[in-house]
Design a protein around this ligand. Structure first.
Ligand code: SAM
Length: 305
């Protein structure tokens, strides 16, 4: 096929499910299994590993890194829900949102549930995780994933998030939200490039329609009455779905600001939105990704504006 992306060799990332085990126990288990543990990574170059080697990631505390061809799909630790197979970049949203145990959280576009399971682990399975998705089949996959991971604080609904009523008393205590809506998927290293599409006009129209959906979801998310923090993410590399959506949203919601994220992360959002993070094969050894964190201004700060 013409112009498809070269197959890239990304490291394999494994997130330890802290509801079932600890990073130290998984490391010990894998060492006994014959893998060679190299300790904590300190630089991006450390993430280039030989077969059978593994280490701990330097940005995400529950993440282990393996060589590209490592496959855990048949492994006991995966089948028993002790580990989750999740790209490093896709672990950022829940980690950065960081909802405390006992809080009420919405995952607006949740299936198949990797980020929900991460949120539940951070919440120590305490509180409430309301998870919505339009696609019933993906929600079934999600139920299995959450069951295997030992998650019990969730309430799944096969519902259009845009039709969820922010004034419903059920959601009155929701302070945290993760919004990972449908996007072009242009950051996924395994998918064909849009440049290979013959009709560039069609590509542009699709991006415009995705961006308008993403902005509607964001505006809707920020309208929940007690919302404090909302994390927005896509696996797209297009600024139309990332910085441009975030900038439009900030303009329409003056009561919110962006939080400056992980100063040590090597790739930032495009100027002027450098508070946000980007991820890419070249700079972060992950799929292409974007994350923004919105925070409600306190009423005092709003008055200062
Ligand atoms: N956050 C998920 C994870 O980490 O596993 C991946 C989410 S995926 C990028 C986007 C999801 O949004 C899809 O499962 C899609 O069915 C769902 N979706 C699309 N439009 C929606 C809507 N209006 N309301 C709720 N879910 C929607």
């Amino acid at each position: 096929p013409k112009n498809t992306k070269q197959p890239v060799q990304l490291p394999r990332y494994v997130r330890v499910n802290t509801l079932k085990t600890t990073v130290d126990d998984v490391v010990d288990y894998l060492k006994r299994d014959g893998l060679s543990y190299l300790g904590h990574a300190s630089r991006m170059e450390d993430l280039t590993l030989k077969e059978k080697e593994f280490l701990r990631d330097m940005h995400l505390p529950e993440l282990l890194v393996f060589s590209p061809r490592t496959d855990f799909h048949e492994h006991f630790l995966y089948k028993s829900g002790h580990i989750i197979l999740q790209d490093k970049a896709s672990c950022l949203p829940a980690y950065l949102l960081d909802p405390p145990a006992g809080s009420h959280v919405i995952d607006a576009c949740a299936a198949p549930g990797n980020k929900s399971s991460h949120l539940a682990a951070i919440m120590k399975n305490k509180g409430r995780l309301f998870a919505f998705d339009l696609d019933a089949k993906r929600l079934t996959t999600m139920s299995t994933l959450l069951l295997r991971a030992g998650i019990t604080c969730q309430q799944l609904a096969n519902q259009d998030f845009l039709k969820v009523d922010p004034k419903n008393p059920q959601y009155k205590d929701v302070e945290y939200m993760l919004l990972d809506p449908s996007c072009s998927g242009s950051g996924m290293a395994c998918l064909p490039h849009e440049e290979s599409c013959d009709d560039q006009e069609e590509v542009r129209a699709r991006l415009a329609s995705l961006a308008s959906f993403q902005l509607r979801c964001l505006n809707h998310g920020l309208s929940f009455p007690r919302l404090k923090r909302l994390v927005y993410s896509t696996c797209s590399i297009h600024s139309q779905e990332n910085e441009q959506v975030v900038a439009a949203c900030l303009q329409q919601n003056p009561g919110f600001r962006l939080v400056s994220l992980l100063p040590q992360w090597p790739e930032r959002g495009q100027e002027p939105l450098t508070q946000c993070l980007r991820a890419s094969i070249q700079k972060t050894r992950t799929h292409g990704f974007f994350v923004a964190l919105f925070e409600k201004l306190s009423s005092a700060a709003t008055k200062d504006q």
